[in-house]
Design a protein around this ligand. Structure first.
Ligand SMILES: Cc1ncc(COP(=O)(O)O)c(C=O)c1O
Length: 375
């Protein structure tokens, strides 16, 4: 893979050494151009000859290929929160049921479940241990009243990558549903909803996929579509959406039942462009390079006396490196890097968090390490 050539797809490289893809990532050129194609056509021809919804179905297929689902199991959502909320609000709960999550989930994967407390649902939080959410603790938290486990594929603050295949198999053996917030891995680590036993998946485009904010993906396993009631119902949720003159309440026999109304087509096009670039680059090659770059960063940080929280055990590492120093204030370091060096990282849960992407160079990784204050 020619990583140097991939840089051309990311104009941000001219302005910043940007290492906050776990926050809001730059939009790739491919993604921006796809959205622009839609906007230009819409400006010059409105919808005429645009085949906008046919193209949206192509993007649906691209998403399905990316997560190894069927196209009829996938639709678009505004963001991760909307997808997770559709799961929380669409299942029928009994008082006394429980949902298992971890105590370090991004809030998008906490509040929709906490909102179920008013329906008598308990939210069980498994505690993080040294930057890991151990599978054994999740298993222990599951009991006969557990209906669902909701977990991030990669934890936003620590970068801990969940072993979804093992978790999915355990959940299946107990008859528990598995709902995954995949925003921190989609586009950089392979996701296989079937092999991983994932029942629901939600993610937004604005992190590792390098698409804009506000266009997300939502997966519902086909067999569950009859059990997950659509909560935002509109003309596009129906089997025959274009038959405006005939009211016939019959849900689409696919994930389109979760659609409601018109699409954010500029976003859908942008997402399509972003996924095209991922496919061209190759998800396995992307994952390997990201681990190579972050391994290099971890070595450099440790060599300089910083402590790294992120697990680098096989299968547990990701594109996120969380690190800290007892001698320095993380916010001060973050501001210094951005203002003096144009290196962009974040602070999360009191620690520095760097999240580079594969179009970046080893030199950029070293530049971050060099620019940090010494011990
Ligand atoms: C794990 C995780 N989930 C969700 C989100 C964002 O949610 P949404 O797509 O609803 O804005 C973030 C953003 O930081 C995140 O890290």
């Amino acid at each position: 893979m020619n990583w140097e050539a991939l840089r051309d797809e990311f104009p941000i490289t001219r302005n910043y050494n940007f290492q906050n893809h776990a926050g809001v990532a730059p939009v790739s050129r491919r993604s921006a151009e796809a959205a622009q194609r839609y906007l230009t056509h819409a400006a010059e021809n409105a919808y005429l000859g645009g085949e906008f919804y046919k193209n949206a179905d192509r993007v649906r297929t691209q998403i399905a290929q990316l997560i190894k689902a069927n196209a009829d199991e996938v639709t678009f959502a505004k963001n991760t929160s909307e997808g997770l909320s559709m799961v929380a609000n669409g299942l029928s709960w009994q008082s006394g049921d429980n949902v298992v999550i971890s105590n370090v989930e991004f809030p998008a994967n906490v509040y929709p479940w906490q909102a179920l407390r008013s329906r008598g649902v308990e939210v069980r939080m498994v505690m993080e241990e040294d930057g890991r959410v151990p599978l054994e603790r999740l298993f222990e938290a599951i009991n006969s009243r557990t209906r669902l486990v909701a977990i991030s594929s990669v934890q936003y603050a620590s970068g801990f990558r969940t072993d979804l295949a093992t978790l999915g198999a355990f959940c299946q053996s107990k008859g528990v549903l598995l709902c995954v917030d995949a925003i921190q891995s989609l586009g950089v680590f392979p996701v296989d909803v079937k092999a991983m036993g994932i029942d629901f998946l939600a993610a937004d485009g604005h992190k590792w996929l390098c698409a804009p904010e506000g266009i997300g993906v939502f997966y519902v396993r086909r067999e569950l579509q009859g059990h997950l009631r659509p909560t935002s119902i509109g003309w596009r949720s129906m089997k025959d959406p274009n038959n405006f003159d005939k009211i016939q309440f019959e849900f689409a026999e696919s994930a389109k039942r979760y659609d409601g109304g018109s699409y954010n087509l500029a976003g859908v096009y942008a997402l399509g462009g972003a996924i095209e670039l991922v496919k061209e680059t190759g998800i396995e090659a992307i994952a390997q390079r990201l681990l190579h770059l972050t391994d290099r960063m971890v070595d450099g940080l440790r060599g300089k006396g910083y402590r790294v929280l992120s697990s680098r055990a096989p299968g547990e590492g990701s594109g996120i490196v969380a690190f800290f120093s007892d001698m320095h204030d993380p916010h001060q370091i973050q501001r210094h890097l951005q203002c003096e060096h144009r290196i962009v990282i974040a602070v999360r849960r009191g620690r520095l968090r760097a999240s580079p992407h594969v179009y970046q160079t080893e030199g950029e990784i070293d530049q971050l390490v060099e620019a940090l204050p010494a011990h």
